[in-house]
Design a protein around this ligand. Structure first.
Ligand SMILES: [Zn+2]
Length: 439
């Protein structure tokens, strides 16, 4: 972890032609020298006032002095140089207490984790590259790393979103409120995928990200979350493939509907599914199908819709990770849609175009009940039985071979089928045969 953090500091120093010696070892945060102000600028609001992040890490030094003083008897825990000071929380934001994580100590029996002056400045400079957002006292933050500090600079300058609008709770704002680090990272990666127009060098560099979640209570910071993610290029690829299937970037609409609640609501549990969805994606390069099903049925129940663009995003993920036959999933989704439309028609006793709104609402409610029945079927046989009943009542027949022939991936196929049939339930009256979610 410390290498990646220090690389961010090195990147800043390199970009600004600074040597660690250029920065005074003693200064006040309230009235800092220019070099320090420049480092901390992205952590301040546009009006120069403190942000929640700044307050959490440097607040206690306001008016006082944040001092760093080398002692000849101490050795730097990072580079091994003689002459160091005990590490301070405001210099290195992670573990500084050896009682908590003794195995982080690189030299065995030492009394404290120390940094030499160079490493302290490198560590402090790393703050410059932090992206953060917060809800109440919970801060999510992200930094990147690459092969070298120079590559990292290239990446930050060329592709990473600019932190131009900075307010108390964020220095880069996600397109929807976010609570947790993985959902925050997803919005940043989407932005990066916008900035990369063609296949570029970043796909050759091993650029990764570090994501953190921190609870702040008074002066106490509790890391609830710290993760290193390698090679972002696959994820950026997913966002690009997803985008390329649609005329406008559909990310925001997708993203917004992956969470619970209304626009203004910010309870943490409204954001948990979305964070878990992206966690599974970024950490395990996989899809959490249970979460997908939860999100689908939340949207059906609370929003009278299927989550816009969800199948398209899932297929983009599956394409990049080679997770199976795209045509098969699309076919199953279409089967679901067709059976849904047939069921509606049968229920109405006429074409949807000829029915009035009340009639459609009634028919739709019945179809949604059927969809819930299908959802509850956990085995292939139960599911096919239920599907059979539905076909009989709709006087319609669909080809269920895709399920029979692919029992191993039944749980995935089921999700696509449920999305398809739900699209029928919520399709708009005027649209014929189309999928209102265009994906
Ligand atoms: Zn050092």
């Amino acid at each position: 972890m410390i290498e990646y953090w220090l690389q961010n500091g090195d990147a800043y120093l390199l970009e600004n032609n600074l040597e660690p010696e250029d920065i005074p070892s003693e200064f006040q945060i309230r009235d800092p020298p220019k070099q320090i102000r420049d480092i901390l600028e992205p952590l301040l609001q546009n009006n120069g006032k403190a942000t929640i992040f700044f307050n959490s890490y440097f607040g206690q030094f306001r008016g006082g002095k944040a001092r760093f003083k080398e002692s000849k008897t101490k050795t730097c825990s990072t580079c091994g140089n003689k002459g160091a000071d005990k590490i301070k929380g405001w210099i290195f934001p992670f573990i500084i207490d050896k009682n908590k994580f003794p195995n982080l100590y690189p030299h065995g029996k030492i009394e404290s984790l120390n940094l030499c002056r160079n490493c302290a400045v490198r560590s402090f400079a790393a703050y410059h590259n932090v992206y953060f957002t917060a809800q109440r006292d919970y801060i999510s933050f992200v930094i990147f790393y690459s092969d070298t500090p120079k590559d990292l600079n290239e990446f930050l300058k060329t592709y990473a979103p600019k932190r131009v609008s900075r307010e108390y709770y964020y220095n880069w704002r996600a397109p929807d409120r976010v609570f947790f680090p993985y959902e925050y990272l997803a919005t940043i990666l989407n932005e990066i995928s916008e900035n990369i127009k063609i296949e570029t060098e970043i796909f050759e560099k091993r650029t990764g990200a570090l994501v953190f979640g921190v609870s702040v209570r008074g002066n106490k910071k509790i890391f609830e979350f710290a993760e290193i993610l390698s090679d972002l290029s696959e994820f950026i690829n997913i966002f690009q493939i997803f985008k390329s299937k649609h005329t406008k970037n559909p990310f925001y609409q997708l993203f917004r509907n992956l969470r619970k609640g209304k626009d203004g609501e910010v309870k943490p549990d409204l954001f948990i599914w979305r964070n878990l969805f992206f966690k599974k994606l970024f950490k395990y390069r996989d899809i959490d199908w249970n979460i997908v099903e939860n999100i689908l049925f939340y949207n059906i129940r609370e929003r009278n819709q299927t989550p816009p663009f969800l199948p398209s995003f899932l297929l983009s993920v599956m394409e990049v990770f080679g997770m199976g036959d795209k045509e098969l999933y699309e076919k199953v989704s279409t089967l679901g849609y067709r059976l849904g439309m047939e069921t509606l028609r049968k229920e109405l006793g006429k074409n949807i175009e000829e029915a009035n709104r009340d009639e459609i609402d009634r028919a739709r409610k019945k179809l949604v009940q059927r969809i819930y029945e299908l959802k509850r079927k956990r085995t292939l046989e139960e599911f096919l039985d239920s599907l059979n009943t539905l076909q009989l009542s709709a006087e319609s027949e669909i080809d269920d071979r895709p399920f029979r022939e692919n029992e191993k991936i039944f749980y995935k196929l089921k999700v696509f089928f449920l999305i398809g049939i739900s699209n029928a339930a919520f399709s708009k009256r005027k649209e014929k045969g189309g999928d209102k979610n265009e994906g």
